[in-house]
Design a protein around this ligand. Structure first.
Ligand code: SAM
Ligand code: DTB
Ligand code: SF4
Length: 332
């Protein structure tokens, strides 16, 4: 040991690696495609092995969502029940009152959630932003981690959120750069990356992931994961959503995703971003218990609990309690 240390000291100075976190940020498409294409058992073994080096494999972080402004969103995201471009039968709701938000946050904490995430059907913050800052302050004061998903941010808005006590900002890349324009027309992939940069520069943690099941190919999933894993710092939280098909949206009729392909996406996210929380996010209501168990085996260690996501359904607390009990899982 001493010999190794001495020889290291004696070595001539070497240029520092671009990132000092000991994690890779230089994945190639071919490498990621090869990971995704492995025999399923090999992939799961590898992902579970990586997972156990960094986390307690039986603990799951729990977040709770609340829609603080629902529907009539000006953006055209073909998957979304809240886009004003589609008739999904959703009732529009104005900004929720502060006290109502705090009540929901208290209930979330009592039910075991460690993080409370407020989502708004906005392109980005507008006239009600100050009230959202008050919500962040109030939820933070309850002793919960805070997260918000409010659309595109500029640098100033990111700093305001940070100053109000926001721990995480959620902004997804949703899919690969090449599939992106097939799904979203009103904001670009680069707009999203810019918002994520502002979040980082303001000193908040990044929650960034995407959706599986929007008609993408395996190489799109590889490119989506590559974009996330090659960020200068891995997002601390990586939500992998399974598309919830919403009647009235263009993606309602898209072909079913092979559940094993979804699990593969989780497993590769785990391998590429070993210290991040990978969230088994939207779409659990259409998954079997066995599929969810495979996602945990693949390294998913975060979930949204509570019977509602933003507008769509989620398994009931009793269903999740039973699943946790049967699998021996505990809230982190
Ligand atoms: N309006 C903000 C934005 O788009 O950034 C925040 C809320 S938006 C609903 C947050 C994310 O929810 C989207 O980026 C997308 O990944 C996910 N999402 C929306 N509709 C979904 C659906 N039908 N199935 C799965 N995920 C969905
Ligand atoms: C994320 O990746 N998934 C959450 C959260 N971030 C904001 C939202 C899922 C929305 C599912 C559709 C709905 O409930 O309206
Ligand atoms: Fe609006 Fe967000 Fe839905 Fe897009 S995903 S339509 S921005 S609420």
């Amino acid at each position: 040991m001493a010999v190794v240390a001495e020889s290291l000291h004696a070595a001539p100075p070497v240029a520092a690696p671009p990132v000092a976190d000991g994690l890779r940020h230089d994945w190639s498409t071919a490498e990621i495609e090869a990971l995704l294409a492995q025999p399923f058992n090999d992939l799961l073994f590898q992902a579970q092995s990586v997972h156990r080096r960094h986390f307690d494999a039986n603990r799951i972080q729990i977040s709770r969502l609340l829609s603080i402004k629902t529907g009539k969103c000006p953006e055209d995201c073909q998957y979304c029940p809240q886009s004003a471009h589609y008739d999904t039968g959703l009732e529009k709701e104005d900004l929720v009152a502060l006290e109502e938000v705090l009540e929901a946050a208290r209930a979330a904490k009592d039910s075991g959630a460690s993080r409370f995430c407020m989502g708004a059907a906005w392109r980005g913050p507008g006239k009600d932003f100050d009230q959202v800052l008050r919500m962040v302050e109030g939820v933070k004061a309850l002793g919960l981690e805070t997260c918000a998903s409010l659309g595109l941010l500029n640098a100033e808005q990111a700093h305001q959120l940070k100053d109000a006590g926001l721990d995480y900002y959620n902004h997804n890349i949703d899919t690969s750069p090449q599939h992106y324009a097939n799904v979203i027309s009103t904001r670009s992939f680069d707009d999203r990356l810019e918002t994520i940069d502002h979040v980082r520069e303001a000193g908040m943690k990044v929650c960034c992931g995407g959706i599986v099941g929007m008609g993408e190919k395996r190489d799109d999933r590889a490119e989506m994961l590559r974009t996330l894993a090659n960020m200068p710092t891995h997002p601390e939280s990586v939500p992998i959503n399974l598309l919830i098909k919403i009647p009235g949206t263009p993606l309602d009729g898209v072909a079913e995703t092979d559940p094993f392909d979804f699990v593969r996406t989780i497993a590769v996210a785990r391998i590429l971003m070993p210290r991040s929380h990978v969230r088994l996010s939207a779409g659990r209501q259409s998954m079997s218990d066995e599929m969810q168990a495979l996602c945990f085996l693949a390294g998913a260690n975060s979930m949204f609990c509570g019977e509602r996501l933003l507008t769509a359904g989620n398994p009931s607390p009793e269903t999740d309690r039973s699943l946790f009990g049967r699998l021996g899982l505990q809230p982190a």
